[in-house]
Design a protein around this ligand. Sequence first.
Ligand SMILES: [Zn+2]
Length: 250
Amino acid sequence: MIQCQNGAETHEKAGVAISFDDHFINEWFALRPMFQKYNAKVTFFVTCPDSLTNDEVAKLKLLQSDGHEIGFHGTIHGKSTELIAAGPEKYKEIEITPGLSYMAKAGFKPTSYAHPGGDHNNRVDSVLLASGFKILRDVAISRRKIMGFQMYALAPRLMPWIYYSFDNEDIVDALLIDEDTGLTEPEMIEALEKAKSTNKALMLFGHEPLYSKPRNGEYGFNVPFLEKILKEADRQKLKFYTMSELPQTK
Ligand SMILES: [Zn+2]
């Protein structure tokens, strides 16, 4: 049998890397059966780890033992470009070191970092990479409304920067899937198809799992919408990657 490698289309690495930010530990944990149903592995970026209760730590450990990744999202969820202005040592002392030691005490050693508020610059990035993080995740938004007016709209499949090319890149953008982005299921299906056809990993992220329209300052994604994404990824036989797996996959 002749093995034809050249020019053959390959989809073996095609996948999706989904992450969740902030401190919705109980709400994330409630999604566990859904993740199990689709064999999905995701990353939870935890902020303010000083307030982790024993119960939350136990839940995060269980999620980690399922194959999910526990990443770090800052000690105080501050504005890093302002904190770094006082120097890299001060920035680490306020935003990085205390939180990491709370995480370590709880038994976690995060290797991925999500920028609080999507705020960062080259100095911040170099401090974080020198601190041992393997991948830094920023925010990409496909729709932005200002004073209720839609200023721009890009279909996710036309946003090459939300796809991981397995080139060892350690500074990446993930597409926000929260309710207020107005993303639709057909757009997400097309975005997943693009990952499949280009053999890349689509990077997505959200905040609180919500079961109805956001109320009283809630910010998060619609759970049935996430389930559609997981179901479609499963149907297309896409791989689920945690964030630290991306730069490790050759
Ligand atoms: Zn955040």
